[in-house]
Ligand binder design. Structure first.
Ligand SMILES: C[S@@+](CC[C@H](N)C(=O)[O-])C[C@H]1O[C@@H](n2cnc3c(N)ncnc32)[C@H](O)[C@@H]1O
Length: 368
């Protein structure tokens, strides 16, 4: 009897209204990314944008554009648009209807956030990144996040799909293609932002991009800095096989854990966070070997703040950290500045300089 009593959980107070609301919001949070995925799948942002007009449209007018052959349920589309309006993706316009019954029509346009999902003249947007994250094989890993705590030797993606994510993508050309489009969509706006504020490519003749995917970063660096005569886009063989031809860039297939082509400097964006500390050390040692004395490894990574808070930046970085843990490596991670500095030191780099230009990625110079 006494034992049973000791297991009864007592709470000192009733949770406040605010706390009950907050936990219900969190419990229903899956509606947000899945609705975002739905509007990208349905091409809603492009349908509203229509060459830049961004004219507010009703859900039925949007539906007529995304399903030109007819059909579909405008009310359900409106429910999705309303919810995403509350997350700042769409702006809602309540417009008095022409009849004199006092009824209002609800119309939607794109906000600054929504515009990131519009396909640009180069076919890029943040849409493929959203689609890439919500493919069935990735989604299957999410109910297993707790397993990364119980057994961190095997990431949830592997538990569900039997092999690591990059190997899995490598066997599915459509997944590799989506991954490349996702990376291009995220990297091109980032590169535009940093190339104006960073001068570290000056004096570099031959630049190697490790894990360069479709080669967008190199293309943009070469355009901005003509003194960089030669770019080597180094990635897995099945990835570079699909990369487009870029003037001044050679695509080289290989494995960064074995060796990395030599260059005056190495660029490496969004690679370290998907690997464990010992794997990062190996990649960075291979970078070190490929550089001359004084040469720089210029990495770009999401860098965690030391203190947790509820800012959009901290949340974006911490949410991405759990994505890495679930999909790529249970012990791959977004790291703090100090953790990255220590990794560089362990691989032999004597100098380290973090440069904060972008909100999400930090530029990290490691000098040999
Ligand atoms: C998160 S993506 C980043 C792509 C690109 N740097 C960007 O930021 O847009 C990581 C890249 O690392 C590549 N990669 C994974 N394993 C690799 C390996 N063993 N050797 C070389 N590249 C690898 C992937 O194919 C992928 O293109």
């Amino acid at each position: 009897m006494e034992n049973r009593v000791s297991h009864v959980i007592t709470t000192a107070e009733q949770p406040s209204n605010e706390a009950r609301l907050a936990i219900l919001e969190l419990a229903n949070m899956i509606s947000v990314p899945m609705s975002l995925n739905a509007v990208v799948r349905l091409n809603v942002p492009d349908a509203i944008w229509q060459g830049g007009s961004n004219t507010p449209l009703s859900a039925s007018a949007i539906l007529a554009r995304v399903l030109p052959d007819g059909g579909g349920d405008a009310e359900n589309l409106q429910r999705i648009l309303r919810m995403l309006t509350s997350y700042g993706v769409f702006a809602e316009h309540l417009i008095k209807a022409d009849d004199d019954g006092g009824s209002q029509q609800r119309k939607f346009s794109l906000t600054e956030i929504g515009k990131t999902l519009v396909t640009d003249q180069n076919g890029l947007s943040y849409g493929p990144y959203i689609l890439q994250h919500h493919q069935d094989v990735l989604m299957g890993a999410w109910p297993m996040v707790h397993e990364a705590v119980v057994d961190p030797t095997v990431e949830p993606f592997v538990k569900v799909n039997g092999e690591p994510a990059y190997e899995y993508y490598g066997k599915k050309p459509e997944m590799n293609g989506l991954m490349q489009r996702a990376m291009s969509g995220v990297s091109v706006p980032f590169m535009k932002a940093i190339l104006d504020g960073y001068d570290g490519f000056e004096g570099v003749g031959r630049l190697v991009d490790v894990g360069g995917s479709a080669g967008d970063c190199l293309r943009m660096i070469l355009q901005k800095h003509p003194s960089v005569r030669e770019g080597i886009n180094f990635d897995l063989p099945e990835v570079v096989a699909k990369a487009p031809t870029i003037a001044g860039v050679s695509h080289v297939g290989g494995d960064m854990f074995k060796s990395i082509p030599s260059g005056d400097a190495i660029f490496m964006k969004w690679v370290l966070s998907t690997w464990t500390d010992s794997e990062c050390k190996l990649i960075m040692e291979n970078c070190y070997k490929a550089l001359p004395v004084g040469g720089k490894l210029i990495a770009c990574e999401p860098v965690l703040p030391t203190k947790s808070d509820d800012s959009r930046r901290t949340r974006a970085l911490l949410e991405n950290d759990i994505f890495v843990m679930t999909i790529y490596r249970a012990k791959g991670k977004n790291r703090t500045e100090e953790e990255l500095r220590q990794l560089g030191l362990s691989a032999g780099f004597s100098h380290f300089r973090p440069i904060y230009i972008d909100y999400f990625y930090t530029l990290l110079e490691f000098q040999k």
